[in-house]
Every structure is written in C-alpha cells, then in structure tokens.
Design a protein around this ligand. Structure first.
Ligand SMILES: C[S@@+](CC[C@H](N)C(=O)[O-])C[C@H]1O[C@@H](n2cnc3c(N)ncnc32)[C@H](O)[C@@H]1O
Length: 267
C-alpha cells in the first residue's frame, strides 16, 4: 500500500512505469484502489479545486494511468474544466499508450470538441544539447540512450478510446514526429486545453509556439516534467514564457503533486 501511495503522488516515477510493462504492482483490492483515488480527488477539493461532474469511469481511468500520476491527473482535470469555458479542441502532445488521452476523452465525451493526439509512436527523438539529463529515470546512463524509448503502438491508443465509445469522428490522431507533423494541414484551428508531455526541449517548444497561435485567452495548458528528467522541458517553457511576458500566468503545483507547470493564457 505504501508503494501505491508513493506512485499516486510521485511525479518522476511515472516514465519508469511507462516502460516497465510488467512492473510488480502492489496487491491491493481494486475497490480500495478506486476508493483511494476518489479520496485523493476529495483532498484536492479541500485545497480549492472545483468539484468535478459525476463520472462513473473517471476513477477507473485514473487507476489505469501509467505515464501521469494521479495528483497530476487531478490538475489536468481541473485545468481542462476551466478551459471548457472557452471554445476550442483538446490536445495531448506525447501520448504514449494513451492512458491520459482516455482520461481526457472521458471528460469531453458529452461535448462536440475534438481530441487531437500527437505522437511519433516511435518513442523519443534524439535529444538536443539543451536536454541535459537531470534524472536518469530508466537508468540507461545518458540522455542519448533515451532516443527511441517510450514507443507504443497507435492501436493501443485507438483501443482505449474505442473502449470508451469516444466518437471516431472526434478522434484526431496525428502520428509522426512533431517537427514534421506541425507542418501538416490537418491541425486544430483553435485549442482550449493542451497537455504537453513530450519530455524534450525541441518538441515542447514547437507545441508551445503552435498553441500560442491557436489558443484563445482563457485557454489552459499543462507541461509535464518541468524540472525533472530532461532540463530541456523547463528551458523550453521558461524561454517561451519570457518571449511572451504578460500573456500567460503560470502556477507551480504543490511540491508533493509532481513536477509540471500549469499555464493559462491571460492576454
Ligand atoms: C512521457 S511519454 C507520454 C506519456 C503520456 N502523456 C501519458 O500520460 O501516458 C512521451 C511521449 O512523447 C512522444 N514524443 C516525444 N517526442 C516527440 C516528438 N518530437 N514528436 C512526436 N512524439 C514525441 C514519445 O513517443 C512518447 O510516447
């Protein structure tokens, strides 16, 4: 149980769980696991998070998260809710096996918004010099050794969305490295919320610059791994915010929640 609680709250463990598919899970009653997740959501309400609309699938989808921990997922849900006040689609940049994509799909099931999912499905690209290794999360020894890691088949993502009956007409999967796909013609015209989980400097900056053009004031985004794994994630966000001073407000989560940054477009 101690291990489970640690994995619920610890942000930097998650990529390891992503790769090690057969990691030994603590033996807990799944009902207790779901109750623990509900309780964690309740704790965040005590901290001022808005109540979420009822959803019979939410806790189960959260229990199946691999690349994002439960605390971070609660922030994702909170900022997604806030962003639904403005028009636009929902994006995830860095999808892996689609566990967080399914969680977000569930939240927008009753809307007419599209879910855009960007991933190479060939894993991480070659890191740049800005991608200095802060945490060797997979213990592979160097930043370069991460190239190609975290690759998942696109079918796994499609399968999760099918299970939810999320409409195929609103499922927009864009396979390929973002450095190329960002120049394709099939891209969202307006984005209300985005979860950026690309890990490395260059793809994160590409996503941020794209969102700057497509996000209305009142839109929200969350960038994962701010200050962990590769230094490039924080560098990209800091450079972006400095280049657009006054246009965004950023909130660092409570330290126990994980390492990510929540950003709102304010001007
Ligand atoms: C940490 S995983 C995403 C985890 C996922 N958001 C979740 O919560 O389960 C990072 C993903 O980003 C993808 N990725 C990284 N850089 C990319 C790039 N330049 N273009 C496209 N996909 C990229 C990788 O293929 C990998 O699946």
């Amino acid at each position: 149980m101690k291990e489970m609680i640690k994995s619920l709250i610890n942000g930097c463990l998650s990529p390891l769980q992503l790769e090690v598919r057969h990691i030994e899970r603590p033996k807990v009653d799944s009902r207790k696991h779901l109750a623990l997740i509900e309780e964690t959501i309740g704790c965040y309400r005590e901290l001022g998070f808005a109540p979420l609309p009822p959803s019979p699938r939410r806790a189960e989808l959260m229990a199946r998260l691999t690349g994002t921990n439960v605390s971070e997922a609660i922030y994702v849900l909170e900022h997604l809710r806030r962003a639904l006040k403005v028009p636009g689609d929902i994006c995830e940049f860095g999808v892996a096996a689609g566990a967080t994509s399914a969680l977000m799909a569930n939240e927008i099931q009753d809307t007419d918004r599209k879910l855009w999912l960007f991933d190479s499905f060939q894993g991480l690209p070659r890191p740049t010099e800005k991608d200095v290794l802060i945490d060797d999360i997979l213990g592979v020894g160097s930043m370069e050794a991460y190239e190609g890691r975290m690759a998942f088949p696109i079918e796994e993502v499609r399968g999760r969305l099918r299970e939810l009956n999320f409409p195929p007409a609103r499922t927009m999967i864009v396979p390929g490295f973002i450095e190329k796909t960002i120049h394709s013609t099939a891209l969202p015209a307006q984005v209300a919320f985005a979860y950026i989980d690309f890990d490395f400097y260059e793809p994160i900056l590409i996503a941020l610059n794209f969102l700057h053009e497509t996000m209305p004031v009142g839109g929200h985004l969350i960038v994962d791994d701010y200050g962990c794994f590769s230094a490039g994630a924080q560098t990209a966000v800091d450079e972006f915010l400095a280049a657009h001073a006054g246009a965004y407000s950023a909130i660092k989560p409570y330290p126990f929640a994980g390492q990510f940054l929540c950003i709102e477009k304010t001007a």
